[in-house]
Design a protein around this ligand. Structure first.
Ligand SMILES: Nc1ncnc2c1ncn2[C@@H]1O[C@H](COP(=O)(O)OP(=O)(O)OP(=O)(O)O)[C@@H](O)[C@H]1O
Ligand SMILES: [Mg+2]
Length: 350
């Protein structure tokens, strides 16, 4: 199977009056890939998705689907299914009628609609709800109806804009896992908008991190987590995010809280840097930097410690067996390969 749901954005710009919502966005999404658009509120994720769907037009640039320039192609002719944040189900129709709606719009023969609805409902496990109205369903069930209505069309591209945001925490986790399985089983390309980095990390094959109308990094979740390419990304990815500490770099070491910490860097000389340390990468060690435990947030299986390290706040993740007491002073360090360095002026990774 080739040419099914491959997407490219070429220098896409979108301005509203004098405001640039997208400032030259480029990416290539592979066929069958689960691709997340991740970023804070207002960074341009929904605008990007709407332009891909054909619901909005770029000010300049090209949108390619399966190699064809579709920038001027109408939304209805792009073979795309979309699930929005609000499910937008028709309240007066039954679940079955809601799912059948896109097929009726495309004038599929009646005899084919029934089985297609059954099939889509079975895939998202709502066969037993087909006769109900949306008002008689829980939020999670409504969410699945919206998904069924999207998959019933067998579109080659599946666009989802914060589809789980109305669900409670437990249901969000369950639906997230089901969504991933469903996407794999259908073999469709999915483009998924979220501001929740955990959601992007767990669902996506690759993700594009948006900030201020630009993509700052594209990669697998593991790549972006392991090597954030700027201070902004480092501070956005991870929960809690990376500790970012202004420090002095001297020939391979950094000086943090008056102590030397080895880095993996081969840069020579002296300079100001921002040191990045993941909360989970900090370790207790006899020759570590002294830090006072100011606060313990117990999460059950792990805890987050707020440490005061010579006036600098450091957050550290520890497992339950090694939780100290508030007020204790512990000594912390990190392996050289876990010490990230950034340029304070350009914010870029060093
Ligand atoms: N029709 C419009 N007119 C003017 N500005 C707009 C319009 N649509 C979006 N914007 C602006 O463009 C920027 C990007 O909006 P967009 O909806 O893409 O953000 P987002 O990343 O999806 O954010 P969120 O996570 O809050 O949904 C925002 O600053 C927004 O205010
Ligand atoms: Mg949005």
């Amino acid at each position: 199977m080739s040419g099914r749901g491959q997407v490219s954005f070429r220098n896409i710009e979108r301005t509203y009056g004098s405001f640039a919502a997208l400032k030259g966005v480029n990416f290539d999404i592979r066929e069958g890939e689960f691709f997340a658009l991740l970023g804070p509120s207002g960074s341009g994720k929904s605008t990007t998705l709407r332009i891909l769907a054909g619901l909005d037009a770029p000010t300049s640039g090209q949108v390619l689907i399966d190699g064809a320039d579709v920038t001027a192609v109408d939304a209805r002719d792009r073979d795309i299914a979309m699930v929005f944040q609000s499910y937008a189900l028709y309240p007066h129709m039954t679940v079955a009628q809601n799912i059948a709606f896109p097929l009726e719009m495309s004038r599929l023969p009646k005899a084919e609609i029934g089985p297609a609805v059954q099939d889509a409902a079975r895939k998202v496990k709502i066969e037993h709800l087909l006769d109900r109205k949306p008002g008689q369903l829980s939020g999670g069930q409504q969410q699945r109806v919206a998904l069924a209505r999207a998959i019933v069309r067998k579109a080659k591209l599946f666009l989802l804009d914060e589809p789980l945001s109305n669900l409670d925490a437990k249901l969000r986790l369950e639906t997230r896992a089901e969504l991933k399985k469903l996407q794999r089983a259908l073999g469709v390309t999915a483009v998924y908008v979220t501001h929740d980095q955990e959601e992007a990390m767990t669902l996506a094959d690759r993700m594009a991190v948006f900030m201020g109308g630009e993509i700052q990094q594209i990669g697998t979740p593991a790549e972006v987590f392991a090597r954030p390419n700027s201070i902004d990304i480092a501070g956005f990815i991870g929960n809690p995010p990376m500790n970012l500490i202004p420090a002095r770099y001297v020939d391979g070491d950094v000086i943090v809280g008056g102590h030397r910490l080895k880095t993996g860097s081969t840069l020579t000389g002296e300079r100001d840097v921002v040191v990045g340390l993941r909360p989970g990468a900090l370790r207790v060690a006899a020759d570590g930097v002294p830090a006072r435990v100011d606060l313990i947030e117990d999460l059950g299986d792990t805890a987050i410690l707020d440490l005061d390290c010579a006036g600098t706040l450091l957050r550290m993740r520890v497992s339950d067996i090694e939780i100290p007491n508030e007020g204790d002073t512990i000594k912390v360090t990190a392996r050289p390969q876990d010490v990230h360095l950034f340029d304070p002026a350009t914010k870029a990774r060093l």
